[in-house]
Design a protein around this ligand. Sequence first.
Ligand code: HEM
Length: 452
Amino acid sequence: MVAGTDTAGLTLAPKNPLPYRQLLRLVRALDTGQLAIRGAGGPVTRIQVAPKWLFPPFVAVFSPEAIRDVLGRNDAFSERCIVHEEVRDMAGDSLFVLPNEPWRPRKRALQPVFTKHNVRAFGGHMSRAAEQFTEAWSTGGEVDLDHECRRLTMQSLGRSVLGVDLNDNADTIAEHMHVASSYTADRALRPIRAPRWLPTPARRRAAAAVQSMLQIAADMLQACRADPSLDAPLVRALMDATDPETEQGLSDEDICNDLLIFMLAGHDTTATALTYALWVLGHHPEVQDRVAAEAAALGDRRLEPADVPYLTYTTQVFHEALRLCPPAAGVGRMAVRDIEVAGHRVEAGTLIAVGIYALHRDPAIWPDPDRFDPDRFSPQNVKARDRWHYLPFAGGSRSCIGEHFARLETTLALATVVRSLRVSSRESEFPVDVPFTTVAHGPIPAHVTPRR
Ligand code: HEM
C-alpha cells in the first residue's frame, strides 16, 4: 500500500456550512474568498458548487499539512485540473499543462535551462528595461505603477524569452495575453460552459491572441536557425534541450508552445509582484531607503545578475511582497485516487484547490499577517520556517520552473527603480482582479521623485 492511500477508516472532509450562493461568490473571488471559506469550514473543507454530474466534487485546503499532502506527493496522487485542461485546449501542449506522464521527459529537458546559474544567461534584461523606466521619469512626476511595471516586464520578458524587443507592441501583446488567460480561467471556473467546438466571439478572440503570440515564437525560432549569431539564449537553450534519459529533443511545436507558456506564466505574475512591491515600498519610506542604499552601494552602473546575492534586503522585500500579494493566489489539482489529506479522505475525481493566499495570511504562521515586514524573511527566520508555510511558486514536482528567473528579474528591477527614484504611493489600498493570476486593478498611482 502506497503511503497516504489507506483511507478506509477516514471520513470525508467536513462540508462547508456557508450557504450555496455565498460559496459560489467566494469561490470566484480567488484570493480573499479563501479567508471566508477557511473561516467557516476550517483548513480542509468540502464545497458543493453544483451537482456532481455538472462539476466535480471540490475540496479546498489551507493548512501547511494539508497542502503538503496534496502537492508534496502530487505525481502519484494528483493530476492537472480543469484550469490546466482549458489552457491546454487553447494554447496546446506545454510544460504547464501536460499530464504527469508526458510532462516528465519535457521537465527533464527543460529543468537544466532554468537553474539558478543558467537563468543568468538570459535573465539580465530587466535591469535595462527598469533603467528605461527610471530615465523616462528622471525629473519625477505622477506615474501609474501598474502600467509601467507591465510594460517593463513585457519588454524584459520579450527579450529574455523570445529574444526580441517588444518595445512598440508591448501593450498589444500584453492585451493578447490578458484576453487568452482570462478567457481560459473564466471558463474553468464556470459550472456551466459552452462546448469547446462552439466558436463564441470570446473564444475566437482568445484563439487569435494565442495564434499571434505563437507566430512571434515561430518567427524567432526560424530566425535563430537561419542566423547562428542571433542573440536569443532561451530559444537556443530550448533548441538544444534534450531529455537526459532518452536523449530526445523538443519538436518545433513543443518549443513554440513552451515559449508561449513562459510568456503567459511569466508576465502577469512578475508584473504583479513588481507593482505590489513598489506600491508597498511607496508606503514604507524607511524600508525603501534601505533598499535604495543597498543598491547604491554596488556603484553607479547597470545592475547585473551577479549582483543579486548582494541585494539581500531587496530580496527580503520581494519575498514579503509575494507573501502579501501572491500572484498565484491558489493552484488546482485533480485527485486521481482516494488519498489522505490531513487526516481526511479525499476521493478520486475530486478537484482540490490549494489556497496559497490564505496560507500566507494565516495568523497561526504569520503573526499580524496583514502587516508588511520584510524581516520575516531575514536569513534566521527563513531557516526556522517550515517549507510548506510559504508557497508563492507552489511546491512539489510541479512547482514553478521560472522561480529563479522571476526572483532574479524582480530583484534587479526593484533595486534599479528604487536606487534612482523615490516612490510615494497615492492610494492606501492595492485593488486587484483575479481573472486567473492576481493582477492589479489599475491604475496604481504614485508620485516619483529623483533621488539624486
Ligand atoms: C513572480 C513570478 C511567478 C510566480 C509567483 C509564479 C508562480 C507559479 C506557480 C504557483 C506555479 C504552479 C502552477 C500550478 O501548479 O498550476 C507555476 C508554474 C509554472 N510557472 Fe511560474 N510563476 C512566476 C513566474 C514565472 C516565470 C517568469 C516563468 C517562465 C519564464 C514561469 C513559468 C512557469 C511554468 C512553465 C510553470 C509550470 C511548471 C510545471 O508544471 O512543470 N513562471 N508558477
